[in-house]
Design a protein around this ligand. Structure first.
Ligand SMILES: Nc1ncnc2c1ncn2[C@@H]1O[C@H](COP(=O)(O)OP(=O)(O)OP(=O)(O)O)[C@@H](O)[C@H]1O
Length: 354
């Protein structure tokens, strides 16, 4: 058995899969280190197995001691875990308005903090920790009526997203030994980004303030959706500085070229499924030139579930077939033929009425 992600011989691991020989046959077992903090990036084109692999990792973290796994799930792919026989909680996330700083409030509302409504929202976020409080503060503010109206409208929009609650999700919940799935599938990109920003900040702060002994792992599916919004800075902080306080971050994306170069270069575990876009392959090669030479594209796998795993810790590259999930995978793409089966039974029911 080989353990990817560390040189040391001891510590918790989880099964990732098996080596894949050139003829496709199965080789020795491949495990991943889950004892130390990591920055991981799972890439691949649509349907190549990214979400599935993220699920395999989540299952492994569920079984590991001393970790607090949290998944941000924009596609609802992890919601079947709510009814699976595992210790997972799927929640509709809420965050406290004060979890975003004044700059993040302007970013999430698309406002310029330097002037007009943006400056007013900035001050409201500095003065009040709850959204209702911010709205009253703006309503009473000594500013031009048009500026107050514009700021009020933006805050009303934020209230309509339904994610800001006075208490918000507790750090204790996020840092429990259970897998916490934040189902943001029903949210637009801005409120989903606000949830991710708040959670990434809470996990980092919890470790910095020694509020938890567990090492959090934040797994983010469809991460390209979050790289230029309000979650950009908290994610960058986790990726660049999270390892020191013990916070791991694993991003899955079909568009590695949309992920900031700093994120790719900070990655110590790269799991590359099938990729065909030249821009995406070049983006990876540009940031990890040591391992991803000109043969990189040729070495990428062809089949869903197969991956090229690059381990920066041991400076090695591995051809792996990711193991099968033990819990249900909710990322299946629907097919018209699935509906066909239902239609046949509908039609026969109609036929029998004649
Ligand atoms: N390791 C694996 N073992 C068995 N089947 C797999 C594996 N990986 C992927 N699959 C199959 O491939 C399908 C697509 O995988 P997945 O949903 O993870 O793709 P994806 O890359 O996340 O796609 P998208 O970008 O559309 O979200 C899965 O529904 C599953 O049937």
């Amino acid at each position: 058995m080989v353990v990817i992600g560390r040189e040391a011989a001891t510590g918790a691991t989880t099964r990732l899969g098996h080596y894949r020989a050139r003829d496709g046959s199965r080789g020795a077992a491949v495990d991943l280190d889950v004892d130390r903090p990591h920055v991981g990036l799972i890439v691949g084109k649509r349907g190549s197995g990214k979400t599935y692999t993220l699920g395999v990792l989540a299952e492994g973290l569920l079984a590991a001691e001393g970790v607090a796994p949290v998944v941000v799930d924009p596609m609802g792919a992890f919601t079947p875990l709510a009814t699976a026989d595992v210790s997972a909680t799927v929640i509709d996330p809420s965050v406290c308005a004060g979890a975003l700083d004044p700059r993040q409030w302007c970013t999430v509302l698309g406002l310029d903090p330097e002037r007009g409504a943006g400056a007013l929202v900035w001050r409201a976020a500095s003065e009040r920790a709850a959204l209702d409080g911010m709205r009253s503060w703006v309503a009473d503010a000594d500013a031009a009526a048009s500026t107050v109206r514009a700021a009020s409208n933006h805050l009303a929009l934020a209230a309509s997203w339904g994610v800001f609650e006075p208490s918000g999700i507790e750090t204790e919940t996020l840092c429990s030994d259970c897998l916490t799935v934040l189902d943001v599938s029903g949210l637009d990109s801005r409120p989903a980004g606000a949830v991710l920003a708040a959670v990434a900040t809470a996990l980092y702060d919890a470790r910095m303030a020694e509020q938890t002994n567990r090492l959090p792992w934040l797994l983010v599916d469809e991460a390209h959706a979050f790289t230029d919004g309000v979650a950009r800075r908290p994610l960058r902080r986790l990726v660049t500085r999270g390892r020191q306080p013990g916070v791991s971050c694993v991003l899955a994306t079909q568009r590695p070229s949309a992920v900031p170069a700093t994120t790719v270069s900070q990655t110590d575990l790269l799991v590359a499924h099938r990729l065909t876009s030249t821009a995406d392959i070049e983006a990876l090669q540009a940031t990890q030139p040591t391992y991803l030479d000109s043969d990189f594209a040729a070495r990428l796998p062809e089949t869903s579930g197969d991956a090229l795993v690059v381990d920066d810790g041991t400076e090695s590259v591995h051809h792996v077939t990711v193991r099968e999930r033990r819990t249900p995978h909710g990322g299946e793409t629907p097919r018209a033929s699935d509906l066909g089966a239902n239609r046949e039974s509908d039609c026969s029911a109609v036929g029998s009425e004649k």
